[in-house]
Write a protein that binds this ligand. Structure first.
Ligand SMILES: O=C(CO)[C@H](O)[C@H](O)COP(=O)(O)O
Length: 230
């Protein structure tokens, strides 16, 4: 599993060129991109500035010595490398397993090119078949959003912290996440995305439609293949 993530993450770092502003996604696959970018900065003098999509990525990037910028300091992003929880043949994705979906979507929307790095197990025929859809919600409205999503046929579950505090997980933005199960998967991701955004209290959904330009798929044998969206 981590060998496929490593292969994809490191391969994507090879596409980055000096002078670029680079969106830095979140997760265990992107970790390997950060690792390889740090090597290239050290060994080749690669000059980039990274825009992190989470506090976790910011911390890791600083540890690797990658120069960083905030969205206040950049007008656009040349290329973003990010992971996904599922991606289908049309390059539609479920993201947000790591809770960073809102910042990830903002950064992706500002990027000329978005490269998704995944292990082969993340490529699916139908979104929602292996992973529940994260939806970021304002805590005040959580119960209302929960009921609205249930009425739409989803089965939401409040994401909890992984310690024993019995407290709800909070995103970097102070919001909560409902992980929504769809028993038969998601038939029409674009329609669901539109419907979710019509619910007051929904901050963002983990459906990423039309945002990815390429995907790098890593395999357990350490190889990786690059696929461009048609
Ligand atoms: O969307 C994300 C975080 O919000 C991640 O990109 C996604 O969860 C994939 O993570 P990993 O590379 O650890 O499997």
């Amino acid at each position: 599993m981590s060998e496929s993530k490593r292969a994809a993450g490191r391969r994507a770092a090879e596409f980055i060129e000096s002078g670029q502003t680079v969106g830095l996604g979140t997760g265990s696959t992107v970790f390997f991109t950060l690792e390889r970018l740090a090597e290239r900065i050290r060994d080749e003098g690669l000059e980039i500035r990274g825009v992190p999509t989470s506090i976790d990525t910011e911390t890791k990037s600083r540890g690797f010595g990658i120069p960083l910028a905030t969205l206040d300091e950049v007008e656009k992003i040349d290329v973003t490398v990010d992971g996904a929880d599922e991606i289908d043949g049309a390059f539609q994705m479920i993201k947000g397993g790591g809770g960073a979906l809102l910042r990830e979507k903002v950064v992706a929307s500002l990027s000329d090119r978005v490269v998704i790095v995944v292990g082969a197990d993340k490529v699916v025929e139908r979104l929602g078949s292996t992973f529940d859809l994260p939806v970021e919600v304002v805590p005040f409205a959580r119960a209302v959003v929960h009921r609205r999503i249930e009425a739409m046929g989803g089965q939401p579950a409040l994401r909890m912290r992984k310690d024993d505090s019995s407290a709800a997980y909070l995103t970097d933005n102070g919001n909560e996440i409902l992980d929504v199960h769809h028993a038969d998967g998601i038939a029409d991701a674009a329609a669901l995305e539109r419907a979710l955004h019509e619910i007051p209290g929904v901050v963002e959904s983990g459906l990423f439609i039309g945002l990815a330009h390429a995907m790098v798929v890593g395999e357990a044998d350490g190889s990786a293949s690059v696929h461009e969206r048609g």
